[in-house]
Design a binder for this molecule. Sequence first.
Ligand code: UD1
Length: 351
Amino acid sequence: MIPSTEPATVLVTGGAGFIGSHTCVELLARDYEVVVVDDHSNSSPGAIDQVQKLAGRPLTFYRADLRDRAALDAVFEAHPIDAVIHFAAKKAVGESMRIPLDYFDINIGGTTSLLRSMHAHGVHQLVFSSSCSIYGSSAKVPLAEDDPAAPTNPYARSKWICEQLLADACARYPELAVIALRYFNPVGAHPSGKLGEDPLGLPNNVMPYLMQVAVGRLPELPVFGNDYPTPDGTCVRDYIHVTDVADGHRLAVEHLADEPGLRVFNLGTGTGVSVLELVKAFGEACGRPIPYRIEGRRPGDVARLIADSTRVEREWGWHTTQDLAAMCGDAWRFQKLNPHGYGNLSSSEEL
Ligand code: UD1
């Protein structure tokens, strides 16, 4: 990060979301000034309240869609932004198969709008929230950054297209420094139990679904497919604690000034866990078995995704600190303490 006596100001798009909110806590704890832009399309104002309580410091919040250039420009004009962390995006694989154009519009359009505002205001440092999903159905295990991208669904394609357009922007604007973090499957919650994953509506991802089954909001977990070429037939993923992912973003901000251009890093544990293993671990964390039923495969899913995170370990000394038991234990604590999540109305109900 820029050496300065003043605390650096970081704009976090999607800062009310699951990974964004945990990253804001980490940044506030390290004395950064934090400005959040979020449209609450899949997040709650309650998350921002909790971030500020946990950090014991305020942040500045703007409710806006990134494609609203005038709103975004006003944020850049009001704050001396040094760097941006860009989380705001839609992120559900199944949904992306149903409404691909929304994914392209919001994920890619949001990113280009942000780049335009950054460029117009002389901001050259960006951490981009990318995804392991860009590797697609590669049979290679584990996956390293130089392995080929082969997205299998519109969500993954939107992330891969963003990485490519960021590379093009860096080629044109040599002062631009971009770090894309490809994280595997972030789960867990803040160890306080005050901050966690609280999707609006029926959860798309396995961990929030498990949490809501455990607390009695949903009857059982549908397990999508048990005929994959994996040891127990269910999909294998590299689950990573959200606080380890948040720490990776804080480190990325600190390393933005190292060199210009686009750099890409995986964030994962290197350990594969099947859906049934996750169900068992979560049952142990909450003290009772989680009911589940086997269903058909979910379109767009791949059998196995496991990270090779050697690059980020070697270059920044980053490594994960939390195991699967901590991921499940912290997620369960959040759900137990907040059985109805942050308890806010959905954004459509508020209108
Ligand atoms: C996907 C992306 C990942 C992204 C994440 C963001 C892919 C391959 N991965 O993760 O990059 O960061 O979304 O949300 O595109 N499952 C069930 N029952 C459920 C829900 C899920 O069995 O109710 C299974 C899925 O089939 C999958 C595993 O659990 O095998 C994990 O699913 P999920 O939590 O949705 O994450 P990914 O699809 O792996």
